[in-house]
Design a protein around this ligand. Sequence first.
Ligand code: ADP
Length: 240
Amino acid sequence: KNVDPAPLEGKNLTMRFGGLVAVKDVSITVSSGEILGLIGPNGSGKTTLLNMLSGVLAPSEGTVLRGNTDLTNAQPYEVANHGIARTFQNIRLFDTLTVYQNVLIAALSTNKGERATQRCEVAIRAMGIGPHAGSDANTLSYGDQRRVEIARALACEPSLLFLDEPAAGMNREETDDLMATLQKLTRELGLGVLIVDHDLKLINQLCDRIIVLNEGAEIAQGDPAEIRKNPAVIEAYLGH
Ligand code: ADP
């Protein structure tokens, strides 16, 4: 279910907030089986771009396509129905529900009955939070709460997964563990992942390909080794 092999293509996306151009003419393709990193200094337009790709914002200009389906002005639930799940920068869990209940609610948004239960259990296992399934979400460590968030996204059985700063607030060990989990997931499920972060080290370790934004515009794109050496990228990071 929900497996559309077509990539998600954002073409010439621009977003204006009044006089501010938050994203300027950026094109981006997210494909199955690939981990794509989106990096840039704070305020460079990363979340705004993610919001345009996931139906949270309607772009001022440009298009969002999945295969033959035009998702440019689609609502978030319609984008989700096309197999695209996302997490947000801030944790959005039901604090006093258990981990299992939190993930089951997400699974029920795209599946019914036994199928939802099955999806819920697969997602919990994939994220390694089985031992906490019966605990209230607010009793978990910050790192584990972030894992529950990703499990909720996975429970919708997406073919593409968008993660907005999934390691925010995690220590280095939690971050490394999460990266290992994401790498395994991508391989095993053939999932396409778009990961937004400002941590160059994390993105370098994890991603097959990287797009760098600065002041709303794309300044570089390529594999991690090229990006690390790119003078425009070094300048953007040192300049902030
Ligand atoms: P990043 O995710 O790279 O930190 P954002 O996409 O959050 O950057 O923000 C890009 C720019 O757009 C910033 O200058 C931010 O203040 C502005 N911005 C983001 N959302 C809004 C909004 N809803 N209204 C007005 N300005 C916004």
